[in-house]
Write a protein that binds this ligand. Structure first.
Ligand code: CUA
Length: 155
């Protein structure tokens, strides 16, 4: 069978591009851990407020400048309120909603997750730059949606 020279050339180029793209995806997924989230955790929205994990949750230091906090996103606030952390702190957020879908967006970072009732959302971030960071709800959740904001102060 005869394949034209140019056709052969472009087949090779196309295959190489595919290999490059798949390699980039593989590096992102397996080495940079940027793959899609897995291990989905679920929770009955009715039980969020009374659960061991979320009721009276507060910022807890779990390591060297490493913290964890369980937060409730609800109409129209994030509990337990504003946070203060030292610069360089890594914070592991665990989020749940007892009512409707909310957003959890931290300004000037790439933290941006949906908080869907029935599911637990988790995200971590290291706050290197001191300043005030706004936590915003960026999913329309009702009449008070625009007031749904908290502050993280990094000192
Ligand atoms: Cu919560 Cu918008």
């Amino acid at each position: 069978m005869h394949i034209h020279r140019y056709e052969k050339l472009w087949l090779i180029i196309g295959t190489l591009i595919l290999v490059v793209f798949l390699s980039v995806l593989a590096v992102q997924t397996f080495f940079l851990e940027m793959g899609p989230p897995s291990h989905a955790e679920t929770m009955d929205p009715e039980s969020v407020r009374d659960s061991e994990m979320f009721a009276d949750a507060e910022l807890t230091e779990i390591g060297d400048n490493e913290y964890e906090i369980a937060m409730i996103a609800e109409m129209f606030t994030f509990q337990p309120g504003d946070l203060e952390i030292p610069a360089g702190a890594t914070v592991h957020f665990t989020l749940a909603s007892p009512d409707v879908t909310h957003g959890f967006k931290i300004s000037d970072t790439n933290v941006n997750v949906m908080v869907v009732p029935g599911h637990i959302s988790k995200i971590s971030h290291t706050f290197n730059e001191p300043g005030e960071y706004l936590i915003l709800c960026n999913e329309y959740c009702g009449l008070g949606h625009e007031y749904m904001a908290n502050t993280i102060t990094v000192y």
